[in-house]
Design a protein around this ligand. Structure first.
Ligand code: ADP
Ligand code: ZN
Ligand code: ZN
Length: 741
């Protein structure tokens, strides 16, 4: 029987943002469980406050006489909240954050919002009687009454809004009819449904043999009570979504609920429609464009058992279903599944934990699985399903790789290679559409040679160096710094430059090259407004432009049957990002971008422009060869001990005083050096962004094959940080970073 409980008090104040230890009285021993809501005396006056139990233990590391006692249990573990708090505790432990920060993650809806009312009007008399009344209204030319009664005879119950709007019946008339006992008005609480769907054109599809086989195998597992993680690796357009739907149907058939995770940007109206076709109003969505009330309502609908399926980004994981049975994560390789705020959790890992806690299965799906998931599938930890062909049977597009170094040598200084120009002109003439993709994410001032493609890299880390304003180049992994050379170290050309090219500049050049061309541009600037993303896409689909030019936003989602050419302007941009996942990200982006061309009747062509045509990410993407890419990538990860072979704990120390940040980071690193001589420590060094808002940031990393060891190390660092009083540097953690500090 545990003697002590760690409790997070329900006070939102930084200084109490940690668990406090309380003694458990014997009579409460059974009811004090993790997740229970209890009342405890707090502070000097011992004022009773509410708190949540987040851990139990047999010993306490503070003097026993100082420990207060839990007064009573207010709410015995409500299964839902208890589970979420357990999950928060896991997130806190796993990613290093305060408990309150973790609680805020798992309880995305904190306030309650009064539900909207739904009014309906019901006929209160028998049909015969109503028909008599109707003819009387008609005789007296009471047309509003007649209109209403006619509809009520047909439907019996009508929506109040419809009656007021479409039928144009006034409240006065309604009141009269109510008094006369013709009808009644019902008022009900009603939770806003963010999607209103009228059309229902989709037919049930007969699964193709490959889809059928996977679905059957999954259902077999599910019915035998097997719960595990699956990786559905299916090329774009291979019918994964159809398979997901069948899997969810199976879970729902057994009375369970399902969460369908999707990167926010990929959530299209088309996908939602398909789910509505199958699950009607038992499915709902949450996303950032919903109002606060709408979001709250979706959680309430889930809690009350009105929903079987929720679709949404990361935060949909925390939907309070009472009987969760399946989590599906589409596009599982997407880096947006990793949170960039504190705690820096990865939705894939949290989903695995949640699946384990709830006895659910987890299905990860992608056309370009993350190296991480593929590694687990190859190890046999995940069950692997493959869909290797497109539903349409269409050939994959023809890919041309253009060497930009050659273009320069042969005198073309434009961003568009001659091959790409030629194909654009051809498509314009044939009235087919074109997409141009500028892979700008990952741009970090990397320096490359325009003549030979050489990228300046750190000799210790195989990570590209970033150019700083003072003419120095820095490795953000180990701190290695050198002066930027005047000429390329490999070919002595003087075209050694930081890469810069924006979508706006591309648009200008296109107008010069192809006068009169109609261009839609989609990037961070043109999609600031709500709905603008969908608007641009549908406008393009309707044929309002010849070219859609944009950043990675254009790669996801919609099918454009009339697009027969995809141009990738500078494939190297993401390659040069200064982290070890650059190759993986580039491969995924190029493969997904290529998959956009030729989804309709005509075959597609893709042009990949690059300074490094010999890079394995580019070669394998051009061949649409995932296996080939994976084999090379995993070798590289093994050689340099990067995840998933190894784990990395990144620690960032920040302070307004540069020296304080440096000193404290140094102190922490030295501490670990001593306590864990076997761990590999890299740094400390200034972070990728050295200073934000006058706060200096120092980073160091610890590598280990043992995840548990890193968690122990994190605990030591947390303790050390807690022990420092006063105005201390703050410390942040990141496991297996995706967005480096
Ligand atoms: P993915 O999710 O792998 O990109 P989808 O499930 O969206 O693939 O399927 C691609 C297209 O093929 C969609 O338009 C879908 O409606 C259609 N489709 C999928 N499965 C079938 C099937 N068994 N029969 C007919 N059409 C299908
Ligand atoms: Zn060179
Ligand atoms: Zn380095």
């Amino acid at each position: 029987m545990p003697k002590y409980a760690e409790i997070i008090v329900d006070i939102s104040h930084e200084s109490v943002d940690r668990p406090f230890t309380y003694r458990i009285k014997e009579e409460l021993a059974d009811s004090v469980t993790i997740g229970a809501c209890v009342s405890v005396p707090f502070g000097k006056g011992n004022k009773p406050v509410k708190g949540y139990v987040v851990a139990l233990s047999d010993y306490a590391d503070i003097p026993v006489q100082k420990i207060k006692e839990i007064e009573n249990v207010l709410v015995t573990r409500d299964d839902i909240d208890g589970r979420m708090i357990q999950l928060a505790a896991w997130i806190k432990e796993h990613y290093g954050s305060t408990m309150i920060q973790a609680l805020k993650v798992v309880l995305p809806v904190k306030k309650t919002v009064k539900p909207k009312e739904k009014k309906t009007i019901e006929l209160c008399m028998e049909k015969e009687e109503a028909l008599l009344l109707l003819s009387e209204y008609k005789r007296k030319h009471q047309s509003a009454r007649a209109r209403l009664l006619e509809e009520l005879i047909k439907e019996r119950v009508l929506d109040y809004q419809l009656v007021r709007g479409k039928l144009n019946v006034s409240p006065v008339t309604l009141d009269k009819l109510k008094e006369q006992g013709v009808l009644t008005v019902h008022v009900q609480d009603y939770f806003r449904n963010p999607v209103i769907i009228n059309e229902n054109r989709e037919n049930d599809k007969v699964l193709l043999p490959a889809q059928q086989e996977i679905t059957e195998d999954f259902i077999n597992d599910y019915r035998s009570g097997i719960r595990k993680t699956y990786l559905l690796f299916g090329v774009t357009g291979s019918g994964k979504t159809e398979v997901y739907i069948r899997m969810i149907k199976e879970a729902v058939r057994e009375g369970k609920q399902a969460i369908f995770l999707i990167p926010e940007i990929a959530l299209t109206y088309q996908t939602v429609l398909r789910f509505y076709h199958h699950f009607k109003d038992r499915v709902s969505i949450i996303n950032s464009s919903l109002s606060y009330g709408e979001k709250y309502d979706q959680f309430m609908r889930a809690k009350k058992g009105e929903l079987d399926v929720i679709i949404g980004p990361r935060s949909a994981l925390f939907t309070p279903f009472s009987n969760l049975g399946l989590i599906i994560m589409d596009e599982e390789h997407e880096s947006s599944y990793k949170s960039e705020g504190m705690p820096r959790y990865h939705a894939r890992e949290v989903a695995r934990k949640l699946a384990e806690m709830t006895g659910s299965s987890l299905v990860l799906g992608s056309a370009t699985p993350s190296v991480d998931s593929c590694y687990h599938a190859k190890n046999g930890e995940y069950k692997l399903y493959k869909l290797t062909e497109r539903v349409t049977g269409r050939e994959l597009p023809l890919v041309h790789t253009v060497d930009l170094r050659k273009e320069l040598k042969e005198g073309n200084r434009l961003v568009f290679s001659r091959k790409l120009q030629e194909l654009i002109a051809d498509r314009l003439q044939r009235k087919e559409q074109i997409m141009l993709f500028l892979n700008r994410r990952g741009y970090a001032g990397f320096v490359s040679c325009r003549s030979c493609g050489y990228v300046m890299k750190c000799p210790h880390c195989d990570i590209s160096l970033s150019e700083h304003k003072n003419g120095m180049m820095v490795c953000h992994y180990c701190g290695y710094t050198i002066q930027k050379p005047k000429v390329c170290p490999k070919c002595l050309s003087k075209y050694l430059l930081g890469f810069r090219a924006g979508t706006e500049r591309l648009e200008e050049q296109l107008h010069q090259l192809f006068p009169g061309v109609r261009i839609l541009r989609m990037d961070g600037d043109t999609t600031k407004q709500k709905d603008s993303y969908e608007k641009i896409l549908s406008s393009f689909k309707e044929g309002n432009a010849d070219i859609l030019l944009g950043t990675q936003m254009i790669v996801k989602g919609h099918d454009f049957p009339n697009v027969t050419l995809m141009g990738i302007i500078a494939a190297d941009l993401s390659l040069a990002a200064n982290d070890y996942r650059a190759g993986e990200r580039t491969f995924a982006l190029l493969t997904q971008a290529s998959g956009r061309a030729g989804r309709g009747k005509s075959a597609g062509e893709v042009v990949i422009q690059t300074y490094q045509p010999e890079h394995y990410s580019i070669i394998h993407a051009a061949n649409q060869d995932y296996e080939g890419f994976y084999e090379e990538e995993i070798l590289y990860r093994k050689m340099l001990s990067y995840p998933p072979v190894c784990h990395i704990l990144a620690v960032m120390v920040s302070s307004k005083v540069q020296k304080e940040a440096e000193d404290f980071a140094g102190k922490l690193a030295a501490l670990i050096c001593k306590s864990h001589p076997e761990a590999v420590i890299i740094g400390p060094t200034p972070a990728g962004i050295q200073k934000i808002n006058d706060v200096y940031r120092q980073v160091f990393m610890i590598k280990s094959a043992e995840e548990e060891l890193l968690i122990q190390i994190k605990d030591i660092l947390e303790k050390e940080t807690d022990a420092v009083k006063g105005n201390i540097p703050s410390v942040m953690f990141d496991f297996d970073p995706i967005h480096p500090f």
